[in-house]
Ligand binder design. Structure first.
Ligand code: NAP
Length: 308
């Protein structure tokens, strides 16, 4: 579709699920003239080489970002500060530094101070992912029809912002712009809390003495398995998300705990009306997500009835 490069050279610092998917999506529409990838483990570099989504692969940061017009941090958020400090002296004047991290205020705090004068800095977060990791997990369609949120700090140049918007649109995304703090609160309820609940419920089931592990697995189709998909997400990435979005997560967790106590009370006192009303309200939310094109209406989450 779009064959005019939005940026000449794009440097991906991190080529796991998100970095490699960006590379595939860039190639699909000629969004960049040159895609450079950096990763720190030789094993990951080899895997990336065998998949073949980059024009050049690097184990040194300086070589990867040299002459790049767009530099994307796509590693766990906890690594950003050190990486930003290391790439800073090698950035081209007029380049844009961005990221894909799942939290945004902490990224501005950790990366912002290292970005040199004359280089743009526009954090971003594609709301798309799977529970898979690594360069072999990426695919070009990951961002299609999904939102990407940009959180430009005050004073960001409009031209640089518009260019990054066009970049994400060319990758298949719809783009929204918001303040980093607001992003963190929205994501705390839509992504971070659901992950915390999934990690917790799977952990609780694993710890239950009266129900055996084999029974938990055998009867998982009752609902449990849908939590296990989320709870299989990368431990490093999610540790960093909770450490770096502490305030917003604690705020929504407080609300969640209160609402859970209310449910507990409704069950204890046999308040069927309260339970029915809540479950009716939540069913409607599911319908609006499908209507907004953010999931399929296929029964059973699109799974075939019989296991293949
Ligand atoms: P991933 O598949 O695990 O890939 C992580 C990449 O970061 C790999 O290239 C890895 O290199 C590199 N890396 C890890 N630790 C590093 C370190 N200490 N120094 C330098 N490089 C390091 O992860 P991902 O799912 O693509 O996630 C990357 C970012 O995207 C995270 O910030 C996450 O918050 C964000 N994000 C993820 C999702 C999702 O669903 N997965 C969605 C939206 C945003 P080696 O393999 O060589 O160690």
């Amino acid at each position: 579709m779009n064959n005019t490069p939005v940026y000449d050279k794009v440097a991906l610092i991190g080529i796991g699920l998100i970095g490699s998917s960006m590379a595939h999506a860039m190639r699909r529409r000629g969004v960049a003239s040159h895609i450079a990838g950096y990763t720190h483990r030789a094993e990951t570099l080899e895997k990336a080489r065998s998949v073949g989504f980059a024009d050049s692969l690097h184990s040194d940061l300086a070589g990867c970002v040299k002459d790049a017009d767009l530099v994307v941090l796509a590693t766990p958020v906890g690594t950003y500060a050190v990486l930003a400090e290391q790439i800073a002296p090698h950035l081209k004047l007029g380049a844009t530094v961005t990221d894909v991290g799942s939290v945004k205020s902490a990224v501005i705090r950790d990366v912002g101070p290292h970005v040199p004068e004359g280089v743009h800095f526009i954090p971003a977060h594609p709301i798309a992912g799977t529970e898979q990791s690594g360069p072999e997990a990426g695919f070009a369609e990951l961002f299609d029809g999904r939102w990407c949120i940009l959180t430009p700090p005050p004073g960001t140049e409009t031209i640089a912002l518009e260019r990054l918007k066009r970049f994400w649109q060319a990758l298949g995304s719809d783009v929204d712009v918001m303040d980093a703090r607001h992003h963190d609160l929205v994501l705390a309820i839509t992504s971070h809390l659901p992950h915390l609940i999934a990690y917790n419920i799977v952990g609780t089931a694993d710890d239950l003495q009266a129900v055996t592990k084999s029974e938990v697995i055998k009867y998982s189709a009752g609902g449990f398995r849908d939590f296990t998909r989320i709870a299989a997400s990368d431990p490093t990435m999610w540790r960093d998300v909770f450490l770096n979005n502490r305030e917003a997560v604690l705020e929504v967790l407080g609300r969640f705990s209160e609402d859970l106590s209310a449910l507990q009370r409704a069950i204890r006192w046999g308040d069927g009306e309260a339970l029915f009303n809540l479950f009716t309200r939540t069913r409607a939310i599911r319908r609006s997500i499908v209507d907004a094109g953010q999931d399929t209406a296929a029964p059973n989450f699109g799974r075939s009835k019989k296991p293949s």
